[in-house]
Design a protein around this ligand. Structure first.
Ligand code: PLP
Length: 339
């Protein structure tokens, strides 16, 4: 039996694509599949997104794009992060498109000029008159999940700066923008997190019509009775007040079940149970109300267990949680389904 199993539901991903396309009301959806599609598997996610109506793929690096080019010879692929000189040549050969935020605009490759409208990270402070290589103008929202006034201000800056060049493809929206800011849509939206059915707002994704794509399950490897005063795990951070059954589940922080998830809940044999004690590299403990047989199913994510809830406990965002799940086949089994 595998220690844990990751299930990637491409049917859910396709439904999320359609939900986003409806929200975008005519603007194109560009599927952001950087970081191995936020841990979901870049080639699988990209294929499903393109099949359901996404018009392009976006990644952070040239090597990510080159790997996708081998799978998708005809797709538009935009590299959003900076590229070195050697990478520019590779991008040209592989017909990639490059976001350019500074310095010279490379020749012979399709370029999207990136304007900084308030993210304060990559981006030009002023938009030059775009030379012929430029096919798109882009910017990035800093607060679309939190601060409406700042977001509206960024969108307005972008609109004003790019207005003379409306024949170019203009794009600023991320998932949060696509879902909540109609004025951010322009010609295309670059959506990542919402494709995977995770809420950009950290709330229940069903509120935005999104369906989680990832499931993560394991099992109770061993149930054991702690007598009152006995502890489980490093540091004795959990000491049983009375005789207590605990289940040992064979996932830990090396699998991406982070140390700051102590206190979160998982579903054990159908019931919500708390993760107690210190998360180890390869195991966690859950508090039970009775003895369970080895093999009792444990749902870590999916089937109603929201990654947003784990993120809240860990004080982070779902992006970081799902990117951190280790899909190495020596540790976990990864299954792609279409349900
Ligand atoms: C990651 C990224 C996105 C996607 O953001 P989501 O919040 O996941 O939709 C869009 N644009 C840029 C430049 C990004 O780096």
């Amino acid at each position: 039996m595998h220690r844990s199993e990751l299930t990637v539901n491409l049917g859910a991903l396709r439904r999320n694509v359609r939900t986003l396309l409806r929200a975008l009301n005519g603007a194109e959806l560009w599927a952001v599949v950087k970081a191995d599609a936020y841990g979901h598997g870049a080639a699988d996610a990209a294929g499903a997104a393109l099949g359901a109506g996404a018009s392009a793929l976006c990644v952070a690096t040239v090597p990510e794009a080159l790997a996708l080019r081998r799978e998708f010879p005809a797709a538009r692929i935009l590299v959003m992060g900076p590229a070195g000189n050697r990478e520019v040549a590779q991008a040209r050969d592989a017909r990639l498109e490059l976001a350019v935020s500074s310095g010279e605009i490379p020749a012979g490759v399709r370029v999207h000029l990136k304007l900084d409208t308030g993210m304060g990270r990559w981006g030009l402070s002023e938009l030059p008159v775009p030379p012929v290589e430029v096919v798109g103008l882009m910017s990035h929202l800093a607060t679309a999940d939190t601060d409406a006034a700042y977001t509206e201000w960024q969108i307005e800056r972008f609109r004003a700066a790019t207005a003379p060049y409306s024949h170019l493809t203009r794009h600023i929206a991320n998932s949060a923008g696509a879902l909540r800011y109609p004025t951010s849509r322009f010609d295309a939206a670059r959506c990542g997190i919402a494709l995977y059915g995770l809420s950009p707002f950290g709330t229940d994704p069903s509120e935005d019509g999104l369906e989680p794509v990832l499931g993560w399950t394991s099992h109770v490897a061993q149930a054991r009775l702690l007598r009152a005063g006995e502890s489980t795990g490093y540091g004795r951070r959990y000491v049983a007040e009375r005789d207590t059954w605990i289940g040992i589940v064979p996932v830990g922080y090396a699998d991406g079940f982070r140390r700051d998830l102590t206190g979160t809940h998982v579903r054990v044999a159908g019931e919500l149970r708390q993760v107690v004690g210190t998360v180890s590299m390869d195991a966690i403990s859950v508090e039970l109300d009775r003895e369970l047989p080895p093999g009792a199913p444990v749902v870590l994510i999916g089937h109603g267990m929201l990654a947003e809830e784990h993120a809240r406990v860990a004080g982070t965002i779902t992006y970081e949680l799902v990117c951190g799940i280790n899909s190495d086949p020596t540790r976990t089994r990864r299954v792609v389904v279409d349900a």
